[in-house]
Design a protein around this ligand. Structure first.
Ligand SMILES: Nc1ncnc2c1ncn2[C@@H]1O[C@H](COP(=O)(O)OP(=O)(O)O)[C@@H](O)[C@H]1O
Ligand SMILES: O=C(O)C1=C[C@@H](OP(=O)(O)O)[C@@H](O)[C@H](O)C1
Ligand SMILES: [Mg+2]
Length: 179
C-alpha cells in the first residue's frame, strides 16, 4: 500500500529523484524498492541496470576490471539521476567526482550499517570487492568512502537495527518536508 498523505489517501508527495547511497549491504536496493512502491514512484537500481545491459557485475569485474566497471557505472548513474525516480546507487558510485557534483543538487540519503549487522547480510553474495578479505575488506572500504558519503548526504540513517518499513517512513517524512 502506498504511504498516504493524511486525510487524502493519496501517495505521499516527495521530490524526485531521491538517491540512496552507502556501503555494500546497507540496504540501498531493498529500501529503494520499498520506498518507490510506497510513494508510487518508479525505481531504478543502477546495478540492476548495469546487469541488464552488460551482464553480471562479478563477470564485468573479472573480464574487464574495476576501472571499466566504474566507467559504465558513471554512465548509468548520470542517466538515472535525470529520472523522476527513487534511485539506489552501488556502494562505490560516489567515487566518481562528477557523480558527487550531480548529487549536490538532489536529496541524498546515506544508509549506514555496523560491521556486526552487515555480516549476515553479505553472506552468500557475489560482490566482487568482497571475494577476498570478507568483513575486514568491507570495513576498510566503508572507512575509505565515509568522507564521500558525508559530503553528498542530506540525511543519514543507521539501518543496523531498523526494519525496512521504519527506514522508508523516515525517508518519506524527511523528503516530504522538502517537496
Ligand atoms: N533494514 C534491514 N534489516 C535487515 N536486513 C536488511 C535490511 N535492509 C536490507 N537487508 C538485507 O540485507 C541484504 C543486502 O541488502 P541490499 O538492499 O542488497 O543492500 P545494498 O544494495 O546496500 O548492498 C539483503 O539480503 C537485504 O534483504
Ligand atoms: O561498493 C562497491 O564498490 C560495489 C557495490 C555493489 O553494490 P551494492 O552497494 O548495492 O552492494 C556493486 O555496485 C559492486 O559490486 C561494487
Ligand atoms: Mg544494491
Amino acid at each position: 500500500m502506498p504511504e498516504s498523505t493524511p486525510g487524502t489517501g493519496a501517495p505521499r508527495v516527495v521530490p524526485l529523484p531521491i538517491v540512496l547511497v552507502g556501503p555494500m549491504g546497507a540496504g540501498k536496493s531493498r529500501v529503494g524498492a520499498r520506498l518507490a512502491a510506497s510513494v508510487g514512484a518508479p525505481f531504478v537500481d543502477t546495478d540492476q541496470r548495469i546487469v541488464e545491459r552488460y551482464g553480471p557485475i562479478d563477470e564485468i569485474f573479472a573480464r574487464e576490471g574495476e576501472d571499466y566497471f566504474r566507467i559504465i557505472e558513471r554512465e548509468v548513474v548520470a542517466e538515472a539521476l535525470r529520472e523522476e525516480a527513487i534511485v539506489s546507487l552501488g556502494g562505490g558510485a560516489v567515487l566518481d567526482a562528477d557523480t558527487r557534483d550531480d548529487l549536490a543538487s538532489v536529496p541524498v540519503v546515506w544508509l549506514q550499517v555496523s560491521a556486526e549487522a552487515v555480516a549476515p547480510r553479505l553472506s552468500g553474495g557475489t560482490r566482487p570487492l568482497l571475494a577476498d578479505g570478507g568483513l575486514d575488506r568491507w570495513i576498510r572500504i566503508r572507512d575509505e568512502r565515509r568522507p564521500l558519503y558525508e559530503q553528498v548526504a542530506g540525511l543519514t540513517i543507521d539501518t543496523s537495527r531498523r526494519s525496512v518499513a521504519r527506514i522508508v517512513d523516515r525517508i518519506t517524512e524527511w523528503a516530504g518536508a522538502r517537496a
